[in-house]
Design a binder for this molecule. Sequence first.
Ligand code: B1M
Length: 211
Amino acid sequence: MSQTLEQINELLQKGNMPEVIRLCNVAIEEGSSASDILDALLSGMSVIGGKFKRNEVFVPEVLIAARAMNGGLDVIKPLLVEEGVESIGKVVIGTVKGDLHDIGKNLVSMMMTGAGFEVIDLGVDVSPEKYVAALEEHNAEILCMSALLTTTMTNMKAVIEALDEKGLRDSVKVMIGGAPVTDQYAEEIGADKYTPDAATAAEVAKELVTA
Ligand code: B1M
């Protein structure tokens, strides 16, 4: 890892958003690839995640690290996203109701855009009604839901039930993901696909619309 990438990793852990943003731009000028910069950001976030788990840091520290992470992601977004790609379909994405974690969801959103999808990002804490309304408004082929909490992943099921009630279930492919989510859970709630990471999610979505 270059010195700049190491600094990005360390400053992200300290939650220093302005410096993370500056150094991401420096790394690009130095010729680092977007995926190398993403690795540096993710590895810094993973250190914070471990410390959070062991009660060595608390919510405020995690929150400022997450802000720095999102700041860095914004810088590399144009590099991750291929320009001038014709839309291959529409994706509605959001983090489920009660859940405020958005870093993974933002990554999925970027990868989907990069794969050529038009992405309608509903943000966090998205109710079943809001997902349904967005699918109806945009006529999207794919719905992606993210959940990071064992207590909120159950809301994915509520969304699928709402789609059923509205008669929309057969017109949309439902993809789910997030740390506590599994293949088995996808099967249990009747989702079409679980994917473990953002890059795989984009690949699978492409397969779904071209199948
Ligand atoms: Co939270 N938090 N958090 N947190 N937080 C976790 C998730 C936790 C595992 C930490 C821990 O205790 N070890 C734990 C959950 C425990 C559980 O339920 N089993 C936890 C907790 C408990 C909480 C609070 C309840 C803490 C509290 O208040 N006491 C609280 C809940 C708030 C709420 O949501 N209502 C809370 C709050 C927060 C912050 C606000 C401080 C902050 C979020 C800031 C933000 O997102 N803007 C935060 C963070 C940052 C984390 C950790 C440290 C990091 C999550 C992250 O961004 N990872 C996390 C610990 C951890 O995961 N190690 C933790 C990086 C991201 C790239 O990974 O989101 O997994 P991830 O996304 C991956 C894949 O999962 C996948 O792609 C990405 C990789 O390419 N993916 C998808 C994600 N979504 C997908 C959707 C798809 C496909 C793939 O659709 C098709």
